[in-house]
Write a protein that binds this ligand. Structure first.
Ligand SMILES: C[C@@](CO)(OP(=O)(O)O)[C@H](O)COP(=O)(O)OP(=O)(O)OC[C@H]1O[C@@H](n2ccc(N)nc2=O)[C@H](O)[C@@H]1O
Ligand SMILES: Nc1ncnc2c1ncn2[C@@H]1O[C@H](COP(=O)(O)OP(=O)(O)O)[C@@H](O)[C@H]1O
Length: 276
């Protein structure tokens, strides 16, 4: 059985306070975008070991045991004693990009196992499992535009459709660690709350829908800020870094032909159209 884990982008990201447990409270809107990995599982009753992970496409650092799809499998295996599986993961989503690729793989693995082995878990139960795997992982269970607060795990649905907008996502050859990005931030209440700005027309977002990580990440990696400037220069209606970086997205009007640009050595570029 095969599934296609997609990415999210963050529309606004305010880091509002540091919590006693070291994590940070934040406010953001997660919006799904159809840049996808491919994830397949096959039961292998003959296998000696519980899982075998076959990775394809872009490389991910770390051992198979640290891969979030394996963690998701082991989490449900503990509860449901699943049969041994062969896992094929084709990585197309860049890592360390603020696009939630690893979290998405994990959430889609939970959904895949639930369906394939008829575990009868509800979306709410799947979200609870997902939340133990990563702060933004639970978003990918319902995978619809969502306002998130708490550590990024308390959700309310929002009325927001960007259907038809063209999107361009650019990730330079720079890896930003989420943990480090948080460590460099001074949390504060936003001047313009994300939840309010998002109700305004996209054309008004430029100076009010803010990703707090930009202020600390851009000085450290100027190339990321330059990409954002270039996206505006190319006609983006709104552009922002996603999550803790290093990718930047630009939203363009529906009829735009997206420009061909050389973003530098080993840069990643995705062009698509938003749905929802
Ligand atoms: C901040 C966001 C915005 O979307 O960044 P991106 O990962 O998308 O860039 C996400 O919520 C991230 O979610 P996720 O990537 O799942 O975070 P985790 O793996 O749980 O945490 C990585 C590290 O980030 C820090 N962390 C994460 C989330 C949070 N609300 N407060 C934190 O301080 C912690 O130091 C933690 O050890
Ligand atoms: N299936 C996976 N895909 C991508 N990264 C993974 C996966 N499993 C574990 N990781 C680890 O998770 C980290 C964060 O990856 P990812 O979620 O893609 O980025 P981001 O937090 O920037 O959205 C990577 O450094 C990688 O080592």
């Amino acid at each position: 059985m095969i599934t296609f884990p997609n990415i999210k982008i963050n529309l606004g990201l305010s880091i509002t306070e540091k919590r006693p447990d070291g994590y940070h409270n934040l406010e953001t809107v997660f919006y799904p975008v159809a840049l996808e990995d491919a994830l397949e599982i096959r039961t292998n009753p003959e296998a000696q070991q519980k899982f075998t992970l076959h990775q394809h496409g872009m490389e991910i650092a770390g051992n198979p045991e640290n891969n979030l799809v394996v963690k998701a499998y082991l989490l449900l295996d503990k509860e449901f004693h699943l049969p041994p599986v062969e896992i094929h993961l084709y990585k197309h989503i860049p890592s360390g990009a603020g696009l939630g690729g690893g979290s998405s793989d994990a959430a889609f693995m939970l959904k895949l196992l639930n369906e394939h082995y008829n575990l009868q878990l509800s979306d709410n139960q799947l979200e609870d499992y997902a939340a133990t795997l990563g702060a933004d992982c639970a978003f990918f269970i319902k995978n619809t535009p969502t306002y998130a607060e708490g550590i990024g795990n308390i959700f309310s649905p929002i009325e927001l459709s960007l259907k038809g907008y063209r999107i361009m996502i650019v990730k330079p050859d720079v890896f930003v660690s989420t943990r480090e990005a948080f460590a460099n931030i001074r949390p504060h209440r936003p001047e313009y709350p994300v939840r309010e700005v998002i109700r305004r027309p996209v054309a008004e977002w430029k100076d009010t829908l803010i990703n707090d990580f930009e202020a600390s990440v851009f000085p450290q990696y100027p190339v990321i800020g330059e990409i954002k400037e270039e996206l505006y220069h190319q006609g983006a209606i709104y552009a922002s870094m996603s999550g803790s970086g290093s990718s930047v997205f630009g939203l363009f009007a529906a009829d735009t032909t997206l420009p061909e640009i050389d973003w530098g050595t080993n840069a990643f570029c995705f062009k698509g159209t938003l749905s929802e």
